[in-house]
Ligand binder design. Structure first.
Ligand code: HAM
Length: 425
């Protein structure tokens, strides 16, 4: 067997491994974000990690950075044009249409998901090529209460984690009636500015994205640009007002941000972003909005929908930025330490019994001496250690050691499960 070079052990650029103990925080964040969804009628959906490239080209938009620059697109050996999913919304809608969920159940179809997404971005802190989202989509209904529900649930998720330094930015992008009028007006304004070639091209393809340009010299020229707010049709205005009122009535604080445009083309009306002030450049911890036209864009019927996705990686960074350590119960409650061969066999049986009874138990494997085994017990975070040698077992007992007080007392083998269950309850 040849030895692999050291670089083989290096995760690809822009990716990182989730390892214990930190990985427990990731699981807890996924759990905290999905809990309010599961509690509000959202069912779990899982779609493939890759889709036909066409789905994203049509859905997310050919002119977006996500599709034009960041997609991991490839041709399979069989000639299929696929792409690793850069986001979840198009896939979830595709799956809904394929399974006819919008016809078989009542609307909206409410779904949540959790998984890995891939974008070939320039890596930096908080921006990875492989990242993790928990998302929610409510498909097939136009109702401001649905938009409000999603924003309120995301707020609840962040708060349940103890986060405080995040803000909710809210905007309306109008609909197919009023946005084209605004687009024309904006293009007229932008064409007069002194901008580079690429930005000039963007004016023609996706002028709203120009508003999002982070460069100071561009921002300076954008002062006085027409605002979508002033172009919203009456229906969009009323819809947006209702969303704002419902969120406000729920006690959720938000900021109106007329310049908020998102990096995906499918949005209409309500759009929002959750930003965290402790994260520097990559401050968006989540985002979403309404996408009333997406179903038709990918060849389906009209299905007005709304959703969001929260970034798990950035939420974990936000916790760090606020100095929040989640109180996670140690995964192991009891650690068994056998002294000698006979004790090993018997204690291993005890471990199996404890596990069956629901007590999280681990074992000192590999015939470690007492010192090494107790070190492992300590590391495991277990509240109790079970130590047994030949003499204990001859007497039908094991020594139960409280790892925090250091106190130790013999417990009869037959009473062990009940004793530990009572102590850990
Ligand atoms: P998005 O804003 O592109 O929206 O992504 C949502 C969140 O995913 C971001 O706010 C961020 O936290 C995280 N994220 C995105 N790219 C990266 C990256 N390269 N590294 C780390 N985290 C990242 C969407 O994906 C839409 N599908 C959301 C949606 C659902 N809209 C409607 N329904």
């Amino acid at each position: 067997m040849t030895t692999l070079p050291v670089s083989t052990f290096q995760a690809p650029r822009g990716t990182y491994d989730l390892l214990p103990p930190d990985s427990a925080t990731f699981l807890a964040v996924r759990e905290a974000i999905s809990a309010p969804l599961r509690n509000s009628g959202y069912g779990y959906i899982e779609t493939p990690g890759f889709e036909n490239v066409e789905l994203f080209a049509r859905g997310v938009g050919e002119s977006t950075d996500i599709v034009s620059k960041e997609m991991y697109a490839f041709t399979t050996k069989g000639g299929d044009e696929l792409a690793l999913r850069p986001e979840g919304t198009a896939s979830v809608l595709r799956a809904t249409l394929e399974a006819n969920l919008h016809k078989t159940g009542s609307l909206p179809v409410k779904l949540w998901y959790s998984g890995s997404y891939y974008r070939y971005e320039r890596p930096q802190k908080g921006r990875y090529r492989h990242f993790s989202q928990v998302g929610a989509e409510a498909i097939g209904t136009e109702d401001p209460a649905l938009d409000a529900e999603l924003i309120i649930l995301a707020d609840q998720a962040y708060r349940s984690l103890g986060l405080r330094d995040f803000r909710i930015l809210l905007n309306s992008l109008g609909d197919k009636e009023c946005r084209p009028v605004y687009r024309d007006a904006l293009q007229g304004f932008l064409r007069e500015l002194d901008l580079d070639e690429e930005t000039r091209r963007r004016i023609e393809i996706n002028p709203l994205r120009v508003l999002d340009d982070k460069r100071a010299d561009v921002q300076k020229q954008l002062v006085g640009a027409p605002l979508l707010r002033d172009f919203l049709c009456d229906a969009c205005k009323a819809y947006h007002e209702e969303v704002r009122e419902l969120i406000g009535a729920a006690g959720v604080v938000f900021e109106d941000d007329e310049k908020l445009v998102r990096g995906l083309d499918y949005y209409t009306r309500t759009t929002f972003e959750f930003v965290h002030d402790g994260l520097g450049a990559q401050s968006a911890v989540g985002g979403g909005g309404r996408y009333d036209g997406l179903s038709e864009m990918i060849g389906g019927p009209a299905l007005p929908s709304v959703g969001w996705a929260l970034g798990v990686d950035r939420t974990v960074l936000a916790l760090e930025a606020e100095g929040i350590t989640l109180e996670l119960p140690a995964s192991t409650s009891v650690f068994a330490v056998p002294l000698g061969e006979e004790a090993r066999r018997i204690l291993f049986g005890v471990v199996t019994e404890l596990r069956k009874a629901g007590v999280a138990t681990d074992f000192a494997y590999g015939g470690k001496g007492l010192k090494g085994a107790m070190k492992a017990a300590n590391r495991s975070g277990a509240r109790y250690a079970l130590v047994a040698g030949e003499r204990d077992l001859a007497e039908g007992v094991v020594q139960l050691k409280d790892m925090s007080s250091g106190e130790q007392a013999p417990v009869a083998l037959g009473e062990l499960v009940a004793t530990l269950q009572a102590k850990l309850a």
